[in-house]
Design a protein around this ligand. Structure first.
Ligand code: BES
Ligand code: MN
Ligand code: ZN
Length: 500
């Protein structure tokens, strides 16, 4: 399933001879668009036969329904009216997109009896469809694997008409949702892309393409980072033949003098572990170790594409972690841009080294209102939280609260984890100001503690997305290995708190 969806909104429309999708609450079933899509009321009978109750995400699929102009009629349940959130509309859109099959056109009736619709709900529904329809097929020479069979392929493009009384509002709200979809899809593409294609230089070039949306882009080279004294980041990069980059993205949508908000991403395009090399099994997943940088890039796309009224900085630390004759060794001591020295005890704890310099640079140069970094930082956070929540560490309760609320709203969920002196002590070093790991116990916390040593007094949050950015469970709105986690979350954070 990788059709392009061409979505438009209308106040009314006839069901065509293609696909019609209708919705209902649970309980006493009453379907949207019944007059046009189901004039003979065949759905009610079919629902009884199939045991369709209208519960959330339930589906009833009828072929050649009697009396209907539609060739196929799909009903989707929404559950109880009182419990429906915007996220449920997103999910319902995902379910709808999964039922398109071979249809080249579809009419979707959103005005559910017993439910007050809003333009935003319809736009969220459409966003759910776009996210569900995403598939990464760049390297499948036989698209959908179907070219040799007799099965018809999914159409290249599906013309979708969403029918709702709030069509004008929906269209307006959908413009922002399209910007967000573009950001999520960009993040997914970057994470899915293999490392032979996407090195630090290539990643920086993809980020630089955001200039088309009005984003200002600066790319720092190895030499420039050397002058700034970024010995921690450069130490990681020195084992790779592919040079590192630091990408700086600026979206100036706010007032001229307003301090920016800042997002910093770990962009390890491939993490072999370096000299402390990782086991072979599953190492291919480490092409996704730039999930933090991908989320920041996707977020900057979303903010710029919807012309968010905020000044935002995105910083991407782009390196490759390789073993090599020139690679850094366990026991090496490097000096970070902050002046603090670091004993490398494990070259596989590289993300914090990259972020330490990127965070320091960010607060030093931009004096932001806050910094939020995203990183596929530790296996330990996956042990603690699995793939249902990302770990949230913060030195600021207000920022943490705003993030948790955005997590609830978008269902990109966060769980707050502890920081504290005891964890901090675990990374003291015998030879330098700190060492780059504190051992196995509390591994996600000591990694966060390391980052905190590079944020000064800036309000800061660290999101450990190792469990949520890649190898993601399939959901109604994501079927991809790369979820794009963080884009919707942070767009929401900005929208709800920092655009005034
Ligand atoms: N990129 C990894 C963390 C990771 C592991 C992300 C699995 C996604 C899936 C990170 O650089 C790493 O190797 N962390 C080590 C730290 C350890 C050496 C202290 C880890 O978690 O094992
Ligand atoms: Mn590593
Ligand atoms: Zn890593």
């Amino acid at each position: 399933m990788a059709s392009d969806l061409d979505i438009s909104f209308a106040k009314s429309a006839k069901a065509t001879d293609g696909l019609a999708i209708v919705l209902t609450l649970s309980g006493d079933l009453a379907f949207s668009g019944a007059e046009t899509a189901d004039p003979k009321g065949v759905l009610a009978r079919a629902a009884k036969t199939a045991g369709f109750s209208g519960k959330a995400q339930g589906v009833l699929d009828l072929l050649a329904p009697e009396g209907s102009p539609a060739a196929r009629l799909v009903a989707i349940g929404l559950g109880k009216a009182s419990a429906i959130t915007n996220h449920d509309w997103l999910t319902a859109g995902g379910v709808a997109a999964s039922k398109l099959g071979k249809a080249e056109k579809a009419t979707i009736f959103l005005d559910v009896p017993g439910l007050d619709g809003t333009g935003q709900a319809a736009a969220d529904f459409a966003l759910g469809m776009l996210l569900r329809a995403y598939a990464f097929e760049r390297y499948k020479s036989k698209k959908n694997g179907k070219d040799d069979s007799d099965e018809p392929k999914p159409p290249k493009s599906v013309k979708m008409t969403i029918v709702t009384a709030d069509a004008a509002d929906a269209k307006k709200a959908f413009a922002d949702c399209e910007a967000i979809a573009g950001g999520v899809i960009l993040a997914r593409d970057l994470v899915n892309e293999p490392a032979n294609i996407l090195g630090p230089v290539e990643f920086a070039a993809r980020a630089a393409a955001l200039d088309k949306l009005g984003v200002e882009v600066e790319i720092l080279t190895e030499k420039e980072m050397g002058k700034l004294g970024m010995g921690a980041l450069l130490g990681v990069a020195q084992g790779s033949v592919r040079p590192p980059r630091l990408a700086i993205l600026k979206w100036n949508g706010g007032k001229a003098k307003e301090k920016p908000v800042a997002f910093i991403g770990k962009g390890v395009v491939f993490d072999t572990g370096g000299i402390s090399i990782k086991p072979a099994a599953g190492m291919e997943d480490m092409k996704g170790d730039m999930g933090g940088a991908a989320a920041v890039t996707g977020l900057m796309h979303a903010l710029a594409a919807r012309k968010a009224k905020v000044n935002a900085i995105g910083i991407l630390g782009l390196v490759e972690n390789m073993p090599d004759g020139n690679a850094q060794r366990p026991g090496d001591i490097v000096t970070s841009m902050s002046g603090q020295t670091i004993e490398i005890v494990n070259t596989d704890a590289e993300g914090r080294l990259v972020l330490g310099d990127a965070l320091w640079y960010c607060q030093d140069r931009f004096k932001p209102r806050f910094m939020i970094n995203l990183a596929t930082l530790t296996g330990a956070i996956m042990v603690a939280l699995g793939s249902d929540h990302a770990g949230l560490f913060s030195n600021n309760d207000e920022l943490a609260g705003q993030l948790l609320a955005a997590g609830e709203a978008t269902q990109e969920k966060l769980w707050r984890m502890p920081l504290g002196k005891a964890y901090d002590k675990m990374i003291d070093s015998r030879f330098a100001d700190m060492k780059n790991t504190g051992g196995r116990y509390g591994g996600a916390c000591t990694a966060a503690q390391f980052l905190q040593r590079f944020v000064n007094d800036t309000p800061w949050a660290h999101l450990d997305i190792a469990g949520t950015a890649m190898d993601s469970p399939k959901t109604e709105i994501s079927q991809s290995w790369a979820s794009g986690f963080g884009v919707r979350l942070l767009d929401r954070l900005v929208r709800d708190n920092f655009e005034k």
